[in-house]
Design a protein around this ligand. Structure first.
Ligand code: ASP
Length: 368
Protein backbone atom coordinates (compact mmCIF):
# COMPACT_ATOMS: atom_id res chain seq x y z
CA UNK A 1 0.00 0.00 0.00
CA UNK A 2 2.72 2.47 1.05
CA UNK A 3 4.80 1.63 -2.00
CA UNK A 4 2.64 3.32 -4.62
CA UNK A 5 3.07 6.95 -3.48
CA UNK A 6 6.86 6.50 -3.05
CA UNK A 7 7.13 4.96 -6.49
CA UNK A 8 5.03 7.76 -7.94
CA UNK A 9 7.21 10.43 -6.31
CA UNK A 10 10.40 8.73 -7.53
CA UNK A 11 8.97 8.45 -11.03
CA UNK A 12 8.05 12.14 -11.12
CA UNK A 13 11.49 13.05 -9.75
CA UNK A 14 13.26 10.88 -12.33
CA UNK A 15 11.22 12.21 -15.24
CA UNK A 16 11.65 15.80 -14.10
CA UNK A 17 15.42 15.29 -14.01
CA UNK A 18 15.58 13.63 -17.41
CA UNK A 19 12.93 15.54 -19.35
CA UNK A 20 12.85 18.89 -17.61
CA UNK A 21 10.25 20.50 -15.40
CA UNK A 22 6.70 19.83 -16.48
CA UNK A 23 7.53 16.80 -18.55
CA UNK A 24 6.83 14.44 -15.69
CA UNK A 25 3.20 15.51 -15.65
CA UNK A 26 2.46 13.87 -18.95
CA UNK A 27 5.13 11.16 -18.94
CA UNK A 28 3.85 7.66 -18.55
CA UNK A 29 0.83 8.25 -20.76
CA UNK A 30 1.72 6.73 -24.10
CA UNK A 31 1.73 9.53 -26.66
CA UNK A 32 0.95 8.66 -30.27
CA UNK A 33 4.09 8.90 -32.42
CA UNK A 34 4.37 11.92 -34.65
CA UNK A 35 1.40 13.77 -33.24
CA UNK A 36 0.93 16.07 -30.29
CA UNK A 37 -0.43 14.43 -27.15
CA UNK A 38 -3.46 15.95 -25.50
CA UNK A 39 -2.23 18.61 -23.08
CA UNK A 40 -4.75 18.35 -20.26
CA UNK A 41 -5.02 20.91 -17.44
CA UNK A 42 -2.28 23.07 -18.94
CA UNK A 43 0.19 20.17 -18.73
CA UNK A 44 3.21 20.49 -21.02
CA UNK A 45 3.41 18.17 -24.00
CA UNK A 46 6.24 15.68 -24.22
CA UNK A 47 9.29 16.95 -26.13
CA UNK A 48 9.23 16.40 -29.88
CA UNK A 49 12.25 14.44 -31.16
CA UNK A 50 12.90 13.81 -34.84
CA UNK A 51 14.59 10.50 -35.64
CA UNK A 52 16.42 10.59 -38.98
CA UNK A 53 17.28 7.09 -40.16
CA UNK A 54 20.10 6.51 -42.64
CA UNK A 55 20.73 2.74 -42.42
CA UNK A 56 23.61 0.78 -40.88
CA UNK A 57 23.55 -2.36 -38.78
CA UNK A 58 20.78 -0.99 -36.57
CA UNK A 59 18.55 -1.18 -39.67
CA UNK A 60 20.01 -4.41 -41.05
CA UNK A 61 18.92 -8.03 -40.90
CA UNK A 62 20.84 -11.10 -41.90
CA UNK A 63 19.68 -12.38 -45.27
CA UNK A 64 19.16 -16.16 -44.81
CA UNK A 65 20.16 -16.77 -48.44
CA UNK A 66 23.58 -15.10 -48.33
CA UNK A 67 24.22 -15.04 -44.57
CA UNK A 68 25.18 -11.38 -44.88
CA UNK A 69 23.55 -8.45 -43.11
CA UNK A 70 21.80 -5.94 -45.40
CA UNK A 71 19.71 -2.81 -44.71
CA UNK A 72 16.02 -3.72 -44.48
CA UNK A 73 14.42 -1.92 -41.52
CA UNK A 74 12.76 1.49 -41.96
CA UNK A 75 12.99 4.28 -39.40
CA UNK A 76 9.36 3.68 -38.41
CA UNK A 77 10.08 -0.01 -37.73
CA UNK A 78 13.13 0.95 -35.67
CA UNK A 79 10.97 3.15 -33.47
CA UNK A 80 8.28 0.50 -33.15
CA UNK A 81 10.90 -1.94 -31.79
CA UNK A 82 11.77 0.24 -28.78
CA UNK A 83 9.53 -0.35 -25.78
CA UNK A 84 8.74 2.73 -23.70
CA UNK A 85 9.92 5.30 -26.22
CA UNK A 86 6.51 6.97 -26.28
CA UNK A 87 6.85 7.75 -22.57
CA UNK A 88 9.94 9.86 -23.26
CA UNK A 89 9.00 11.92 -26.27
CA UNK A 90 6.79 12.40 -29.25
CA UNK A 91 8.69 10.95 -32.19
CA UNK A 92 8.68 11.95 -35.83
CA UNK A 93 10.59 9.84 -38.32
CA UNK A 94 12.48 10.98 -41.41
CA UNK A 95 13.65 8.10 -43.61
CA UNK A 96 16.71 9.77 -45.17
CA UNK A 97 18.36 6.65 -46.62
CA UNK A 98 18.79 2.97 -45.94
CA UNK A 99 22.41 2.15 -46.70
CA UNK A 100 25.39 0.57 -45.03
CA UNK A 101 27.54 3.46 -43.85
CA UNK A 102 30.50 2.21 -45.92
CA UNK A 103 28.49 3.73 -48.82
CA UNK A 104 28.29 7.17 -47.17
CA UNK A 105 29.93 10.14 -48.92
CA UNK A 106 30.55 13.76 -47.90
CA UNK A 107 27.79 14.73 -50.35
CA UNK A 108 25.33 12.39 -48.59
CA UNK A 109 26.35 13.89 -45.25
CA UNK A 110 25.78 17.36 -46.71
CA UNK A 111 22.21 16.33 -47.59
CA UNK A 112 21.82 14.78 -44.14
CA UNK A 113 23.08 17.99 -42.53
CA UNK A 114 20.44 19.98 -44.43
CA UNK A 115 17.70 17.55 -43.40
CA UNK A 116 18.75 17.63 -39.73
CA UNK A 117 19.08 21.41 -39.72
CA UNK A 118 15.61 21.75 -41.24
CA UNK A 119 14.20 19.66 -38.39
CA UNK A 120 16.16 21.53 -35.71
CA UNK A 121 15.06 24.90 -37.02
CA UNK A 122 11.41 24.03 -36.32
CA UNK A 123 10.72 25.70 -32.95
CA UNK A 124 8.65 22.79 -31.67
CA UNK A 125 11.50 20.25 -32.19
CA UNK A 126 13.67 19.62 -29.12
CA UNK A 127 16.45 17.76 -30.90
CA UNK A 128 17.33 15.08 -33.43
CA UNK A 129 18.53 11.48 -33.24
CA UNK A 130 20.37 10.18 -36.31
CA UNK A 131 20.56 6.41 -36.75
CA UNK A 132 23.65 5.58 -38.82
CA UNK A 133 26.06 2.75 -39.51
CA UNK A 134 28.97 2.62 -37.13
CA UNK A 135 31.71 2.17 -39.76
CA UNK A 136 31.74 5.84 -40.73
CA UNK A 137 29.74 7.29 -37.83
CA UNK A 138 32.77 9.07 -36.37
CA UNK A 139 33.25 10.90 -39.68
CA UNK A 140 29.57 11.59 -40.41
CA UNK A 141 28.86 12.94 -36.94
CA UNK A 142 31.90 15.23 -37.24
CA UNK A 143 30.71 16.54 -40.61
CA UNK A 144 27.32 17.45 -39.14
CA UNK A 145 28.92 18.86 -35.98
CA UNK A 146 30.87 21.26 -38.19
CA UNK A 147 28.00 22.27 -40.48
CA UNK A 148 24.77 22.40 -38.45
CA UNK A 149 23.56 25.89 -37.62
CA UNK A 150 21.45 24.98 -34.58
CA UNK A 151 22.68 24.41 -31.03
CA UNK A 152 19.92 21.93 -30.19
CA UNK A 153 21.10 18.43 -29.25
CA UNK A 154 21.88 15.93 -32.00
CA UNK A 155 22.71 12.35 -31.09
CA UNK A 156 24.11 9.80 -33.53
CA UNK A 157 23.46 6.21 -32.61
CA UNK A 158 23.46 2.79 -34.22
CA UNK A 159 24.16 -0.83 -33.40
CA UNK A 160 26.88 -3.44 -33.59
CA UNK A 161 24.46 -6.38 -33.56
CA UNK A 162 21.86 -6.30 -36.31
CA UNK A 163 18.10 -6.29 -35.89
CA UNK A 164 17.83 -10.07 -36.48
CA UNK A 165 20.47 -10.90 -33.84
CA UNK A 166 19.33 -12.66 -30.63
CA UNK A 167 21.01 -9.73 -28.81
CA UNK A 168 20.29 -6.58 -30.80
CA UNK A 169 21.79 -3.48 -29.18
CA UNK A 170 19.95 -1.06 -31.45
CA UNK A 171 16.70 -0.64 -29.44
CA UNK A 172 18.52 0.20 -26.18
CA UNK A 173 20.83 2.61 -28.00
CA UNK A 174 17.88 4.34 -29.64
CA UNK A 175 16.06 4.64 -26.33
CA UNK A 176 19.14 6.21 -24.72
CA UNK A 177 19.64 8.58 -27.64
CA UNK A 178 16.09 9.93 -27.29
CA UNK A 179 16.55 10.14 -23.52
CA UNK A 180 19.75 12.15 -24.04
CA UNK A 181 18.09 14.60 -26.43
CA UNK A 182 15.40 15.23 -23.80
CA UNK A 183 17.79 15.58 -20.87
CA UNK A 184 18.78 19.02 -19.55
CA UNK A 185 22.16 17.44 -18.66
CA UNK A 186 23.00 17.23 -22.38
CA UNK A 187 23.12 20.92 -23.24
CA UNK A 188 25.92 22.42 -25.38
CA UNK A 189 27.50 19.14 -26.38
CA UNK A 190 26.96 19.69 -30.10
CA UNK A 191 26.70 16.43 -32.01
CA UNK A 192 27.48 13.32 -29.97
CA UNK A 193 27.98 9.64 -30.74
CA UNK A 194 26.14 7.65 -28.10
CA UNK A 195 26.22 3.87 -27.99
CA UNK A 196 26.34 1.33 -25.19
CA UNK A 197 25.62 4.11 -22.67
CA UNK A 198 28.76 6.14 -23.47
CA UNK A 199 28.48 9.67 -24.83
CA UNK A 200 31.34 10.86 -27.07
CA UNK A 201 31.88 14.20 -28.77
CA UNK A 202 31.81 14.01 -32.56
CA UNK A 203 35.29 15.52 -32.71
CA UNK A 204 37.03 13.05 -30.42
CA UNK A 205 35.14 9.82 -31.04
CA UNK A 206 36.76 6.85 -32.77
CA UNK A 207 35.54 3.37 -33.61
CA UNK A 208 38.01 1.11 -31.81
CA UNK A 209 36.67 -2.45 -32.08
CA UNK A 210 35.38 -4.13 -35.22
CA UNK A 211 32.55 -6.19 -33.70
CA UNK A 212 32.15 -5.49 -29.97
CA UNK A 213 29.25 -3.34 -28.74
CA UNK A 214 31.71 -1.22 -26.73
CA UNK A 215 33.43 0.17 -29.80
CA UNK A 216 33.23 3.98 -29.55
CA UNK A 217 35.80 5.73 -27.39
CA UNK A 218 37.18 9.23 -26.99
CA UNK A 219 40.75 8.26 -26.06
CA UNK A 220 42.57 10.61 -23.72
CA UNK A 221 39.88 13.30 -24.11
CA UNK A 222 37.39 11.15 -22.23
CA UNK A 223 33.67 10.55 -22.56
CA UNK A 224 31.28 13.48 -22.24
CA UNK A 225 28.96 11.40 -20.13
CA UNK A 226 27.23 8.12 -19.49
CA UNK A 227 23.63 6.95 -19.53
CA UNK A 228 22.44 4.40 -17.04
CA UNK A 229 19.08 3.56 -15.48
CA UNK A 230 17.38 6.34 -17.39
CA UNK A 231 19.75 9.08 -16.23
CA UNK A 232 22.30 11.11 -18.16
CA UNK A 233 25.46 11.71 -16.10
CA UNK A 234 27.59 14.59 -17.34
CA UNK A 235 31.35 14.06 -16.91
CA UNK A 236 32.80 16.67 -19.25
CA UNK A 237 31.97 19.79 -21.17
CA UNK A 238 32.67 20.01 -24.84
CA UNK A 239 36.34 20.93 -25.45
CA UNK A 240 36.37 22.25 -29.00
CA UNK A 241 33.96 22.70 -31.88
CA UNK A 242 34.71 24.13 -35.34
CA UNK A 243 31.74 25.40 -37.35
CA UNK A 244 31.68 26.30 -41.02
CA UNK A 245 28.97 27.08 -43.56
CA UNK A 246 27.71 24.13 -45.57
CA UNK A 247 28.81 24.74 -49.19
CA UNK A 248 26.89 23.79 -52.33
CA UNK A 249 29.78 21.70 -53.64
CA UNK A 250 32.79 20.12 -51.99
CA UNK A 251 36.31 20.14 -53.47
CA UNK A 252 38.28 16.99 -54.14
CA UNK A 253 40.54 16.16 -51.20
CA UNK A 254 42.61 12.96 -51.03
CA UNK A 255 43.40 11.04 -47.86
CA UNK A 256 46.52 8.88 -47.90
CA UNK A 257 48.43 6.92 -45.29
CA UNK A 258 52.20 6.76 -45.49
CA UNK A 259 54.35 3.77 -44.55
CA UNK A 260 57.95 2.60 -44.48
CA UNK A 261 59.35 2.59 -48.01
CA UNK A 262 56.60 4.85 -49.46
CA UNK A 263 57.92 6.30 -52.75
CA UNK A 264 55.51 9.24 -52.80
CA UNK A 265 53.81 8.04 -56.02
CA UNK A 266 50.30 8.23 -54.52
CA UNK A 267 50.82 11.82 -53.37
CA UNK A 268 51.99 12.78 -56.86
CA UNK A 269 49.06 10.90 -58.40
CA UNK A 270 46.59 12.79 -56.18
CA UNK A 271 48.05 16.09 -57.38
CA UNK A 272 47.92 15.07 -61.05
CA UNK A 273 44.38 13.77 -60.49
CA UNK A 274 43.17 17.26 -59.56
CA UNK A 275 43.02 17.14 -55.77
CA UNK A 276 42.76 20.60 -54.22
CA UNK A 277 43.98 19.25 -50.92
CA UNK A 278 45.73 16.15 -49.57
CA UNK A 279 45.66 14.83 -46.02
CA UNK A 280 48.56 12.50 -45.25
CA UNK A 281 48.45 10.25 -42.21
CA UNK A 282 52.10 10.49 -41.23
CA UNK A 283 53.99 8.31 -38.78
CA UNK A 284 54.69 9.24 -35.15
CA UNK A 285 54.16 12.90 -34.33
CA UNK A 286 53.57 13.65 -38.02
CA UNK A 287 56.55 12.66 -40.14
CA UNK A 288 57.07 11.27 -43.65
CA UNK A 289 60.15 9.91 -45.39
CA UNK A 290 62.36 11.78 -47.85
CA UNK A 291 60.58 10.49 -50.98
CA UNK A 292 57.18 11.53 -49.68
CA UNK A 293 58.67 14.86 -48.60
CA UNK A 294 59.68 15.40 -52.25
CA UNK A 295 56.14 14.57 -53.35
CA UNK A 296 54.70 16.95 -50.73
CA UNK A 297 56.89 19.75 -52.08
CA UNK A 298 55.58 18.93 -55.57
CA UNK A 299 52.00 19.21 -54.26
CA UNK A 300 52.71 22.54 -52.54
CA UNK A 301 54.37 23.89 -55.70
CA UNK A 302 51.09 23.19 -57.57
CA UNK A 303 49.02 25.09 -54.97
CA UNK A 304 47.61 21.94 -53.36
CA UNK A 305 47.01 22.33 -49.63
CA UNK A 306 48.71 19.56 -47.61
CA UNK A 307 47.58 18.62 -44.10
CA UNK A 308 49.62 16.21 -41.98
CA UNK A 309 47.78 13.97 -39.50
CA UNK A 310 49.04 10.82 -37.78
CA UNK A 311 48.27 7.13 -37.59
CA UNK A 312 49.02 7.22 -33.85
CA UNK A 313 45.95 6.91 -31.63
CA UNK A 314 46.87 9.34 -28.82
CA UNK A 315 48.55 12.74 -28.82
CA UNK A 316 48.76 15.21 -31.67
CA UNK A 317 50.91 16.15 -34.64
CA UNK A 318 53.80 18.38 -33.54
CA UNK A 319 56.62 20.21 -35.39
CA UNK A 320 59.43 18.27 -33.73
CA UNK A 321 61.74 16.62 -36.29
CA UNK A 322 64.05 18.51 -38.60
CA UNK A 323 65.15 15.84 -41.10
CA UNK A 324 63.75 15.80 -44.66
CA UNK A 325 60.09 14.90 -44.04
CA UNK A 326 60.09 15.62 -40.31
CA UNK A 327 57.07 17.51 -38.94
CA UNK A 328 59.09 20.67 -38.35
CA UNK A 329 60.28 20.78 -41.96
CA UNK A 330 56.81 19.97 -43.30
CA UNK A 331 55.33 22.86 -41.36
CA UNK A 332 58.13 25.26 -42.40
CA UNK A 333 57.46 24.36 -46.03
CA UNK A 334 53.77 25.26 -45.70
CA UNK A 335 51.98 22.09 -44.61
CA UNK A 336 49.22 22.41 -42.03
CA UNK A 337 49.53 20.14 -38.99
CA UNK A 338 46.22 18.50 -38.05
CA UNK A 339 46.85 18.61 -34.30
CA UNK A 340 44.76 15.94 -32.55
CA UNK A 341 42.25 15.53 -35.36
CA UNK A 342 42.23 12.05 -36.94
CA UNK A 343 43.07 12.01 -40.66
CA UNK A 344 39.59 11.15 -41.97
CA UNK A 345 38.08 14.03 -40.01
CA UNK A 346 40.93 16.34 -41.04
CA UNK A 347 40.01 15.55 -44.64
CA UNK A 348 36.36 16.57 -44.10
CA UNK A 349 37.45 19.76 -42.35
CA UNK A 350 39.83 20.58 -45.18
CA UNK A 351 37.03 20.04 -47.72
CA UNK A 352 34.76 22.43 -45.83
CA UNK A 353 37.58 24.92 -45.25
CA UNK A 354 38.66 24.94 -48.90
CA UNK A 355 35.04 25.39 -49.98
CA UNK A 356 34.65 28.34 -47.60
CA UNK A 357 38.01 30.08 -47.84
CA UNK A 358 39.82 28.66 -50.87
CA UNK A 359 43.54 27.91 -50.37
CA UNK A 360 43.97 30.70 -47.78
CA UNK A 361 46.74 29.16 -45.67
CA UNK A 362 46.23 31.32 -42.56
CA UNK A 363 42.46 30.77 -42.40
CA UNK A 364 42.79 27.06 -43.07
CA UNK A 365 45.51 26.70 -40.45
CA UNK A 366 43.28 28.32 -37.85
CA UNK A 367 40.72 25.53 -38.33
CA UNK A 368 43.10 22.84 -37.09
N1 ASP B 1 28.74 -1.99 -41.73
C1 ASP B 1 27.86 -1.36 -40.78
C2 ASP B 1 27.70 0.11 -41.17
O1 ASP B 1 28.53 0.90 -40.86
C3 ASP B 1 28.37 -1.50 -39.41
C4 ASP B 1 27.45 -0.96 -38.34
O2 ASP B 1 26.52 -0.21 -38.55
O3 ASP B 1 27.70 -1.32 -37.17
O4 ASP B 1 26.76 0.48 -41.77
Amino acid sequence: MARTPILAILTVLFLTLTLGPGAAITAGAAAPQGSAPAAKNGAKALPLVVVVSTGGTIAEKTDPKTGGAVPTVSGDDLIAAVPGLATLARIEVVNYSNIDSSQMTPERWAGLSRAVDAALNRPEVGGVVVTHGTDTMAEGSFFLDATLTSDKPVVFTGAMNDASSPFPDGPGNLYNAVLQVCSPNSRDWGVTVTLNGYINSARDVRKTQTTNVQTFESGEKGYLGYITSGTVSRFNDRLRRVRLPLPETLPKVAFLATYAGDDGAFVRHAVDDGAKGIVINGVGSGNVNEAVYGAVKYALSKGVVVVISTTVYYGSVEPVYGDLGGGLMLEKDGCILAGDLPGQKARLLLMLGLAGYGPDAAKLKALF
